[in-house]
Ligand binder design. Structure first.
Ligand SMILES: *[C@@H]1O[C@H](CO)[C@@H](O)[C@H](O)[C@H]1NC(C)=O
Ligand SMILES: *[C@@H]1O[C@H](CO)[C@@H](O)[C@H](O)[C@H]1NC(C)=O
Ligand SMILES: *[C@@H]1O[C@H](CO)[C@@H](O)[C@H](O)[C@H]1NC(C)=O
Ligand SMILES: *[C@@H]1O[C@H](CO)[C@@H](O)[C@H](O)[C@H]1NC(C)=O
Ligand SMILES: *[C@@H]1O[C@H](CO)[C@@H](O)[C@H](O)[C@H]1NC(C)=O
Ligand SMILES: *[C@@H]1O[C@H](CO)[C@@H](O)[C@H](O)[C@H]1NC(C)=O
Ligand SMILES: *[C@@H]1O[C@H](CO)[C@@H](O)[C@H](O)[C@H]1NC(C)=O
Ligand SMILES: *[C@@H]1O[C@H](CO)[C@@H](O)[C@H](O)[C@H]1NC(C)=O
Ligand SMILES: *[C@@H]1O[C@H](CO)[C@@H](O)[C@H](O)[C@H]1NC(C)=O
Ligand SMILES: *[C@@H]1O[C@H](CO)[C@@H](O)[C@H](O)[C@H]1NC(C)=O
Ligand SMILES: *[C@@H]1O[C@H](CO)[C@@H](O)[C@H](O)[C@H]1NC(C)=O
Ligand SMILES: *[C@@H]1O[C@H](CO)[C@@H](O)[C@H](O)[C@H]1NC(C)=O
Length: 652
C-alpha cells in the first residue's frame, strides 16, 4: 500500500446510517459496554501478553544473515523431495508437447539442485488482495475440487517450495497457515456466524456472534481493549500501538479460535505436523522498517521477513535474524544478558499479520470521526490518545531485538525501539525480496498482483484500483542500488507505460526469461506476473472504502482470482496454451542447469509471454479493462463505506 491518509470525509456516509453495523452499535448492549472501556486493573496475564519464561538450555541469539537458518536448511531437505511426486503429476497434466516432464523430473529427482524450485507471491491490497489472491491460491491447490482437470493448475501449490504474502496477501497466508493449513474450499464451505472470512460485518462491527465467536459486540470491543492492555501491562517494556488493536481485530476474522485466538503465535506454525513434515510450502510475510512519520523509498528501505522460525532481513542495513519464538526478549548485541529471562508470546499471529498490514491501522483512528455513537467513540479515543499520537502509524517491536547488532550498517542498532510498517509502503507491494535471495535458489515466482496502482490523481484518468506493474518496477529499481542489492539479481522490468501499452497489466506476462540477462550476475527467478483484471467480476474494489463483503461478493472475488490464475481453465480465447506455458516457465531454469534442450512448445510460449526488451513508453490510453467472460451478477451485496471514507493522496 502506498497511500497516506490525509483527511477523513463523511460525504459518502449518509446512505449507510441504517446499515447493520450502526444499528448494532446503538443497541442497549453498547451502553452496558461503558465499563468495558475502563482500563482494566489487576488482570490475569492472558494469551496476548508476552511473558517472561526460563530460557531454553541453548540460549536464543541473533544470527548474521550470511546464509539460510539451519532450521530452514533442514526443512528444505524434506521439502524438496516432497515436491517431486506432486510436480511429476502436475507437469505431466500440463502436457508440454514432445517433452516427457514426468520422466524429466524422475531423472533428476535425487538431485535437488537440478529440480525446478517454485515460489508464489501474493501482493497487498487489503481484502481485495486477500480474495483475489485467495482465488489464485484455490486454483493452485490440488485439494480444490475440480482443480486438476485439463487446462487447470491444481498441484502448483503442492509443488512449490516457498509462498510469500504481504499485507492483504499476508492475511490470506495467515488464514491458511494459522489454521492448520486449511483450504479456501474449507473456508467458503463454512459460512456460519463466527467462522473465519465472514466479511459481511466489518472489523468495526465485530463478528456476528455464533460458532466460535461467542462475543457480543460490546464484549468484542472489550476483548480488544483488554488483550492490548494486558500486553502493555505485562512485565517488561512492551509498547503497544494502534497496530495491536488492528491485529486483535483482524484475528477475529482470520484465526479460527475462540476470541480470535489471543494465544496463537506465528512461530507455533513450526510445530504443526504438516509443517514439520514439510508437506506445504514455507510461508513468508513481509514488513518494512520505518520510523514514525518517515517517508520511505523503495531503493533503500529495509525489508523484514517473518517466517515460522525467524524475523529479520538479508538486507545489508540489518543483515540479521532473531528467533521468532523469543521475540520480546532483551537481546543486546545479539545475546540475552546473563541472569535475564527469555520472553515468549510476543509473536502473536494476528500481530504479525497486523504488522505486515499496518498501514491500515490508520483506519482505526477514523472510527471516532464517523457514525460511531459518541459513547464508544470517546472511550476508544481515550485509549488511542493514551497510547499513540496520530503519527504513530507503526507496529512497535520494543525491545528492539537488533539493539547493538551490526552497528556499522544497521541504522537502528542504538535504539531500543524497532518500528515496522506495512510491507507495501515502499511501493514493493509484491513480497519478492525473500524470494530472490540467491541462497533460496527459486527458479520461478507466480506473482499475483492485486495492487491499486491506477488511482487518482492520474493522467489520463482510468478505472481505479487496477495494477499497472508499479510493484515490479519498484523491486527492479531497488536491485539496481548497489548497496541494497547485496548479492541479489532481478529481471529487467520496463517502465509502467510499456507494461500498460503491451497489456502486461491485463493478462499474464513473464519477465526475466533469459537467465543470462538479469540486473546482476547472480541468479533470479522468472517472474510470472498475474495481474488482477476483470474476468468474471469487477475485482477492483477499493482498498480502504470496501471493508465488508457479503459471502456472494467474497465468492465472486475468489472466482475472479481463480480465472486470472488459470485463464479460465485455459479456455479463454487465444490462451488455450496457458497451462502448458505455466509448465514451461516452471522448468525453464532447470532446463538451462541440466543442459536440456528447450521443447518447441516452450519456445513458442516464451515468444508469446516473455517481455522481449522492446519499450513503448508513450503515455497509454486511459485504462478501462473489459470483462473477459460472462460477469457474475450479485444479488446481495453489502455497503461498507460509511466509517472511513478517506481522502487519499499518493505518497511518492
Ligand atoms: C513418460 O515417461 C515415463 C517413463 O519415465 C513413461 O512411463 C510414460 O509413459 C511417458 N509418458 C509419455 C506421455 O510418453
Ligand atoms: C474451471 O474449473 C473449475 C473447477 O472444475 C470450475 O468450477 C469452473 O467453472 C471452471 N471455469 C471455467 C471458466 O470454465
Ligand atoms: C490438521 O490437518 C490435518 C489434515 O491435513 C489433520 O490430519 C489434523 O488432524 C489436523 N490437526 C488439527 C489439530 O486439527
Ligand atoms: C475451524 O475449526 C473448526 C473446529 O476446530 C473446524 O471444524 C473447521 O474446519 C475450521 N475451519 C476452517 C476454515 O479451517
Ligand atoms: C528487559 O528489560 C527491561 C528494561 O530494563 C526490564 O524491565 C525487563 O524486565 C527485562 N525483561 C526480562 C525478561 O528480563
Ligand atoms: C514505551 O513504554 C515505556 C514504559 O513501559 C515508556 O516509558 C516509553 O515512553 C514508551 N515509549 C514510547 C515511544 O511510547
Ligand atoms: C541506496 O541504498 C542506500 C542504503 O540504504 C541509500 O543510502 C541510498 O540512498 C540508496 N541510493 C538511492 C539512489 O536510492
Ligand atoms: C551483504 O551485506 C552484508 C552486511 O553489510 C555484507 O557483510 C555482505 O558481504 C554483503 N553481501 C554481498 C554479497 O554483497
Ligand atoms: C501507474 O501507477 C502509478 C502508481 O499509482 C501511477 O502513478 C501512474 O500514473 C500509473 N501509470 C499508468 C500508466 O497507469
Ligand atoms: C545436480 O545437478 C546440477 C545441475 O544440473 C549439476 O551441476 C550437479 O552436478 C548435479 N549433482 C549431482 C550429484 O549429480
Ligand atoms: C516484442 O514484444 C512486443 C510486445 O509484445 C511485440 O509487439 C513485438 O513484436 C515483439 N518484438 C519481437 C522482435 O518479437
Ligand atoms: C537485457 O539486458 C539489457 C541490459 O543489458 C536490458 O536493457 C534489456 O531490457 C534486457 N532484456 C530483457 C528482455 O530483459
Amino acid at each position: 500500500m502506498k497511500f497516506q491518509v490525509l483527511a477523513v470525509s463523511a460525504l459518502s456516509c449518509v446512505a449507510s446510517a441504517s446499515s447493520v453495523g450502526r444499528k448494532e452499535l446503538e443497541a442497549p448492549t453498547a451502553y452496558d459496554a461503558l465499563d468495558v472501556f475502563r482500563r482494566a486493573t489487576a488482570q490475569a496475564p492472558n494469551g496476548y501478553a508476552p511473558e517472561p519464561v526460563d530460557c531454553p538450555s541453548t540460549k536464543p541469539s541473533i544470527r548474521t544473515a550470511n546464509g539460510l537458518s539451519s532450521e530452514e536448511k533442514s526443512w528444505l531437505q524434506k521439502r524438496r523431495p516432497n515436491t517431486v511426486q506432486p510436480m511429476k503429476e502436475f507437469l505431466a497434466r500440463l502436457d508440454i508437447k514432445n517433452f516427457n516432464a514426468s520422466a524429466y523430473i524422475e531423472k533428476h529427482k535425487s538431485n535437488a539442485t537440478a529440480l525446478p524450485n517454485i515460489g508464489i507471491a501474493f501482493s497487498g491490497g487489503g481484502y481485495r488482495a486477500m480474495l483475489n489472491g485467495g482465488g489464485a491460491f484455490a486454483a493452485f491447490d490440488s485439494r480444490t475440487p475440480g482443480s486438476t482437470g485439463a487446462g487447470q493448475l491444481g498441484g502448483l501449490l503442492q509443488s512449490s517450495t516457498y509462498i510469500a504474502g504481504l499485507s492483504g496477501g499476508g492475511w490470506l497466508l495467515g488464514s491458511i497457515y494459522a489454521n492448520n493449513f486449511t483450504s479456501i474450499q474449507n473456508i467458503i464451505d463454512r459460512n456460519g456466524n463466527g467462522d473465519i472470512w465472514q466479511l459481511s460485518n466489518s472489523i468495526f462491527v465485530g463478528p456476528k456472534d455464533g460458532g466460535l465467536q461467542i462475543l457480543s459486540q460490546a464484549d468484542y470491543y472489550k476483548n480488544l481493549v483488554d488483550t492490548v492492555t494486558s500486553k502493555e501491562e505485562s512485565p517488561g517494556t512492551f509498547n503497544v500501538s494502534l497496530t495491536d488493536f488492528w491485529a486483535r481485530a483482524l484475528a477475529f476474522q482470520f484465526v479460527n479460535a475462540t476470541d480470535g485466538g489471543p494465544a496463537f503465535t506465528w512461530s507455533s506454525i513450526q510445530d504443526d505436523d504438516d509443517f514439520k513434515n514439510a508437506n506445504n510450502p514455507f510461508p513468508l510475510l513481509v514488513a518494512i522498517e520505518r520510523n514514525p512519520g518517515e517517508t520511505l523509498i523503495s531503493t533503500s528501505a529495509t525489508n523484514i521477513e517473518f517466517n515460522p522460525y525467524e524475523m529479520g532481513s538479508y538486507d545489508p542495513t540489518l543483515y540479521g535474524f532473531a528467533p521468532l519464538k523469543y521475540l520480546g526478549s532483551n537481546f543486546t548485541s545479539g545475546q540475552i544478558p546473563n541472569g535475564e529471562q527469555c520472553v515468549r508470546g510476543f509473536d502473536n499471529a494476528g500481530f504479525i499479520m497486523g504488522t505486515s498490514s499496518s498501514l491500515f491501522n490508520q483506519v482505526l483512528l477514523n472510527i471516532g470521526t464517523q457514525d460511531v455513537p459518541a459513547i464508544i467513540n470517546n472511550a476508544i479515543q481515550g485509549i488511542l490518545t493514551r497510547i499513540a499520537d496520530n503519527d504513530d502509524d507503526i507496529a512497535d517491536y520494543t525491545p528492539n531485538p537488533f539493539l547493538g547488532f551490526n552497528g556499522r550498517e544497521n541504522p537502528s542498532a542504538d535504539v531500543s525501539r524497532l518500528t515496522l510498517v506495512d510491507g507495501g509502503e515502499d511501493l514493493q507491494n509484491l513480497p519478492l525480496i525473500p524470494l530472490i535471495q540467491p541462497q533460496r535458489k527459486v527458479d520461478v515466482v507466480f506473482a499475483v498482483d492485486s495492487s491499486a496502482d491506477t488511482v487518482e490523481p492520474m493522467n489520463p484518468v482510468s478505472a481505479e484500483n487496477w495494477p499497472n506493474g508499479t510493484s515490479l518496477v519498484a523491486t527492479f529499481q531497488r536491485t539496481t542500488n548497489r548497496t541494497m542489492q547485496n548479492g541479489t539479481a532481478f529481471p529487467y522490468i520496463p517502465d509502467v507505460n510499456t507494461i500498460v501499452n503491451f497489456g502486461f497489466n491485463n493478462r499474464p506476462a513473464f519477465f526475466g526469461c533469459d537467465a543470462n540477462n538479469l540486473t546482476t550476475n547472480a541468479s533470479s527467478p522468472i517472474i510470472v506476473y498475474l495481474p488482477n483484471a476483470p474476468y468474471v467480476f469487477l475485482s477492483n474494489t477499493s482498498t480502504f472504502d470496501k471493508l465488508a463483503y457479503s459471502d456472494e461478493e467474497r465468492n465472486a472475488m475468489l472466482t475472479n482470482g481463480y480465472n486470472i490464475a488459470t485463464m479460465a481453465n485455459s479456455t479463454l480465447s487465444g490462451y488455450e496454451d496457458w497451462s502448458t506455458c505455466v509448465g514451461c516457465a516452471i522448468i525453464s531454469r532447470s532446463l538451462t542447469r541440466t543442459g536440456t534442450q528447450v521443447p518447441a512448445a516452450c519456445k513458442s510460449c516464451f515468444t508469446k509471454y516473455c517481455w522481449n526488451g522492446t519499450l513503448a513508453t508513450d503515455t497509454p490510453a486511459p485504462y478501462f479493462p473489459e470483462m473477459k467472460l460472462a460477469a457474475i451478477k450479485i444479488q446481495n451485496g453489502v455497503e461498507s463505506g460509511c466509517y472511513f471514507s478517506l481522502f487519499l493522496d499518493l505518497k511518492k
